[in-house]
Each structure stands twice: as structure tokens, then as C-alpha cells.
Design a protein around this ligand. Structure first.
Ligand code: BYC
Ligand code: FE
Ligand code: FE
Length: 473
């Protein structure tokens, strides 16, 4: 397998040999101005002329794959990078296990693969749209820069998927690429595909929850696609995951810093309420966790899914780290036990493992989220507070799968809809919470300064100190 070298001085930086494929190059160069128009309209528009200290992917080398510099976001070099393979990849998921991975899309899986790639692709611009106003409330220049870093990289993830659509799906793929720039997060007529990506994310508590919980769904979905028998998709997702780590860092540490500050303010306040001190109270953080975590559980699809079984059988998607964590890649003989709502009660059922693959991936995701919650609770413990955060049950507040259409309390007990309605604002981020959070989030544009409601990070980023001018205002 010849490895294409990295082309950086071309219109579209890439390591997929675009210069040797004039037809594909022209098609992508035709899409490029439309992408830039979308960015101009739907990206962090009001900061287009600012210099931002950004990292740009410039190679796929494990050491030094990124370059750091001041960049104006519309000038960001969005490129197409695939993790190289040194040897022929073999399929290690589903019925075709052991055969060579596909370099082309098999005709019988064309529609399924297109659908998976389009669904993945659609989330990337959606998240940029959801976050487009947050620069105006940034708690510091450090945070603003991190927001913009996440935004430009989600843009690059769109490029990664659009490359696959253009290269492997002909006219259908080019049409899909156009439509990806036409749907809009939250638009009633042409919404984004998945529910969570139409939810407003209009303050920084939601932004950190989004990068903590929603980008983490991204991590697990990309990890599942990294195991795909369609090798260009697997290699594309492998490289996206290197960028994704920073998005998850932003979310997890962002919440840690809010928890730290909220704990301090809770102790300072005579009533033990951080809101009394102009900060974010612990209950509101818990409600934000409940809200975003449950919307993100939906992103894994139905608990019992013939789609998931088909994806696994065909080798289109694997489990999290399928290659190194599992011996049996057929998953034909096992069952998965889960609680299924039936006549107002929960009944334990056995589901063939392949049909439960969405739930298997959700399990790994939940375990990862639990790890982060333990870290946040350590902060509370250190501050001498008895309050503890908790992830709600996977049945609580669901809009997809077998629990959708039923009502549960955060512990997962079935409750009547009227009780849920009455308790909703106690359990989930409410309009009143959002209004309060927006009211305290005034932008802080002075280098090194932090908003009152968040603790500073341990250190700066990109080799710079915390008081560096990360965005030149
Ligand atoms: N909203 O068998 P089912 C990221 C639909 S995030 C709306 O349950 P399946 C990122 C489903 O399409 C990662 N509809 O689901 C993060 C199906 O429709 P049809 C994104 C939904 O197919 C932050 C029906 O319900 N990547 O990268 O097994 C920032 C029943 O299907 C939802 C991917 O999602 C929903 N939540 O699994 C930036 C990977 N869930 O057939 C980026 C690609 C299900 O009845 N996607 N439906 O019309 C997939 O692999 C699968 O499509 C899903 C769903 C896991 C999403
Ligand atoms: Fe992404
Ligand atoms: Fe991300």
C-alpha cells in the first residue's frame, strides 16, 4: 500500500494524494467556497478578524502533527488527513472477520455506509452552529481560544467526512455534501439529523457539558467507526480521535473548574448557595449534567436495534476497541440482559448481543462519564463539602430507544408523567436556570483574567502561559 505524502501548499492540505486525482480535487475545490460561506454565516462570525492562537493539523506523525500559530479563523487550513497504515488491514468485526478490509465501498453496503457517514458528518457543523454565540460570554481569553479550537476542528471533521462522500459515493455523495451545508441546528424546516444537535447551547455551563458529554459520544462513535471494515473510514476516524482528545479535555476540565469555584462560593455564602455569591450553585451543575448526559445517551440509538446488528454483522461498526478488547468478533452466541418497559413495569429481557450493540457502546460511554463524575466529587471532598454529583439512570429523560415515551425519576424508577412534569425543573436545566447563567456570563477579554464563576485552569495551552493573549481583541 503506497502512502501518499503530505501536501501542505495546495488549496486543500491533505495526505490522500489529491494532486494525483484532478477530478476529486476539482470537486472538493468546488465545495470549498461553499463551506467557507457556511462558516462565515454560521461559525463564530463576530470574531472572524481576530488573531487566535490555534493549532492546525499539518501531518499524521504521532510526534508533532500540529502547528501552533496566530490564525484568523476563516484562514484556518482545513485539511484531509488519514492515519497511515503500514500493512494491509484485516476485517476484525462481524461475518467477514479475517478477510482484507475494503478499499472501496461494496455495492451491497453502499446505502448503509453513506447513511452512517452522513450522520457522523452532520454532527460536526451542527456543533459549530450551536456554539456560535459563545465567544460573547467567554470567561477568559484562554477559554475563548479553546472554544474556537474546538470549532475549527469540528469544521475539519466535516471535511474528513465530505472527502469520503466525494471520493467513494459519486453524485449521491456530492449531493449529501451540499445538504450538509444546508441543514441548520434547531431549524424547524431543515434541522440537523440527531436530536441533541438541535438543542440550544447558549451559555458556558452547557458548552462544557456539551464538550464533556456530547463530544464524548463522538469519541465512542468514532472509536466504533475506527474498527470499520471500510478502511478509509477507519483511518479517517483514527485521525479525528487525536483531535477529539482536546475537546474532551476542554469539557471535563471546564466542569472541574466550575465545580472548584462553586465549592469555594458555596462555603463563602451564609446560606451555602453559590448563586448568592454570583456563582453557579451545585444543584444547577447537577441539573446541567442530567440534561446533557441524558440527551447524549440518545445519540447511541435504540437499545434493541436491528440497524446496530446489521452494522456489526457487515463489519461497518465495531465495539469500543474491538480489535484489542475482544477475542470473539462474531458475537453470535451471547445475549445481553436489559430492563424493558412493559405495561408500566420493567421486565428483564435477553437480547441477542448483536442487536444490543448500541447498548454495549453506551455502557462504555457511561463508565467513562462515571470516572469524570468521581473526579468532580473529589474536588467537593477536598473542599470539605458533603454534596456529591451523580449521573442519572440511563432510563431518565430519554427521547430515543425503549425508554422514550415513558417517564422515570433520576434513579430510574417508573413514575407517572404528571410527577415528571411537576419535578422537571428540579431535575433538568430549566429556562430560569439558562436565564440566570446567561445573566452572569459577561465576557472577560483581559489576558490572564477569569470570570467570577469559574476557577482558573492549572496552566496555559499551546506552550503559552495563562496570561498570554490567546485571542487578540
Ligand atoms: N436522534 O436502531 P436505531 C460527534 C433514529 S457525535 C434522532 O435506534 P441506530 C460530535 C435512527 O436514525 C457522534 N434520530 O438507531 C460530537 C433510526 O432512524 P430510521 C455522531 C435518532 O441506527 C460533538 C431510528 O431512530 N456519530 O461526532 O442503530 C461535536 C431507529 O434507529 C437518534 C454517529 O452518530 C437520535 N439521537 O443508531 C461534534 C455515528 N438515534 O432508520 C461532533 C453514525 C437514533 O427509523 N451514526 N435515531 O429512519 C450511527 O451509527 C447511528 O445512526 C446511530 C443510531 C448510533 C446514531
Ligand atoms: Fe468532531
Ligand atoms: Fe469534538
Amino acid at each position: 500500500m503506497a502512502l501518499a505524502s503530505v501536501e501542505l501548499d495546495t488549496k486543500i492540505p491533505n495526505n490522500v494524494g489529491l494532486s494525483q486525482d484532478p477530478k476529486l480535487r476539482r470537486a472538493l475545490e468546488h465545495w470549498q467556497p461553499k463551506y467557507l460561506e457556511w462558516w462565515h454565516e454560521m461559525g463564530p462570525t463576530d470574531f472572524e478578524t481576530k488573531d487566535v492562537w490555534l493549532r492546525t493539523a499539518v501531518s499524521v506523525d504521532d510526534h508533532g502533527w500540529a502547528n501552533w500559530d496566530y490564525v484568523k479563523m476563516p484562514d484556518y487550513r482545513w485539511g484531509i488527513f488519514l492515519t497511515p497504515r503500514t500493512q494491509q488491514a484485516l476485517i476484525h468485526v462481524g461475518d467477514e472477520t479475517g478477510k482484507p478490509a475494503w478499499e472501496q465501498v461494496p455495492g451491497e453496503y453502499r446505502n448503509l455506509l453513506r447513511r452512517i457517514i452522513v450522520t457522523q458528518a452532520d454532527t460536526e457543523p451542527a456543533s459549530v452552529e450551536q456554539q456560535r454565540m459563545l465567544g460573547h460570554m467567554a470567561p477568559s481569553l484562554y477559554d475563548m481560544r479553546n472554544l474556537f479550537q474546538v470549532n475549527v476542528e469540528e469544521g475539519r471533521h466535516l471535511w474528513a467526512m465530505v472527502y469520503l462522500l466525494h471520493k467513494y459515493f459519486g453524485k449521491d455523495g456530492r449531493d449529501e455534501a451540499e445538504e450538509l451545508l444546508e441543514r441548520r441546528s434547531g431549524d424547524p424546516d431543515k434541522p440537523r439529523i440527531l436530536g441533541t444537535f438541535n438543542q440550544p447551547c447558549d451559555h458556558w455551563l452547557s458548552f462544557f457539558c456539551f464538550t464533556m458529554f456530547t463530544d464524548r459520544d463522538g469519541k465512542y462513535q468514532l472509536a466504533a467507526l475506527k474498527e470499520s471494515a471500510f478502511d478509509p473510514l477507519a483511518r479517517s476516524c483514527a485521525f479525528m480521535l487525536t483531535e477529539e482528545a482536546f475537546h474532551l479535555f476542554t469539557g471535563e476540565t471546564g466542569i472541574s473548574r466550575i465545580v472548584q469555584r462553586s465549592a469555594e462560593l458555596t462555603k463563602q455564602d451564609p446560606n451555602g448557595d453559590a448563586r448568592g455569591q454570583g456563582g453557579i450553585d451545585l444543584d444547577t451543575i447537577q441539573r446541567a449534567i442530567n440534561y446533557w448526559f441524558t440527551y447524549c445517551l440518545d445519540l447511541f440509538g435504540g437499545e434493541i436495534s436491528s440497524n446496530a446488528a446489521q452494522y456489526f454483522a457487515a463489519g461497518l461498526k465495531g465495539r469500543y476497541r474491538e480489535a484489542d478488547r475482544f477475542e470473539d468478533h462474531l458475537a453470535l452466541d451471547e445475549v445481553y440482559r436489559m430492563w424493558v418497559p412493559e405495561g408500566g413495569r420493567l421486565v428483564e429481557k435477553e437480547v441477542p448481543l448483536r442487536n444490543a450493540m448500541n447498548e454495549v457502546l453506551r455502557d462504555d460511554y457511561i463508565a467513562d462519564c462515571e470516572r469524570a463524575v468521581r473526579r468532580w466529587n473529589k474536588i467537593l471532598e477536598k473542599e470539605g463539602l458533603s454534596y456529591r454529583f451523580k449521573l442519572p439512570s440511563r432510563r431518565f429523560h430519554r427521547h430515543q430507544g425503549i425508554y422514550a415515551g415513558h417517564t422515570f425519576d433520576p434513579e430510574g424508577n417508573p413514575i407517572p408523567p404528571v410527577v415528571f412534569e411537576a419535578k422537571k425543573d428540579e431535575w433538568l436545566l430549566s429556562p430560569a436556570d439558562n436565564a440566570y447563567l446567561q445573566s452572569i456570563m459577561k465576557p472577560v477579554y483581559e489576558p490572564g483574567k477569569m470570570a467570577h464563576w469559574i476557577a482558573p485552569p492549572k496552566q496555559g495551552i499551546g506552550g503559552k502561559p495563562l496570561d498570554f493573549e490567546y485571542v487578540r481583541m
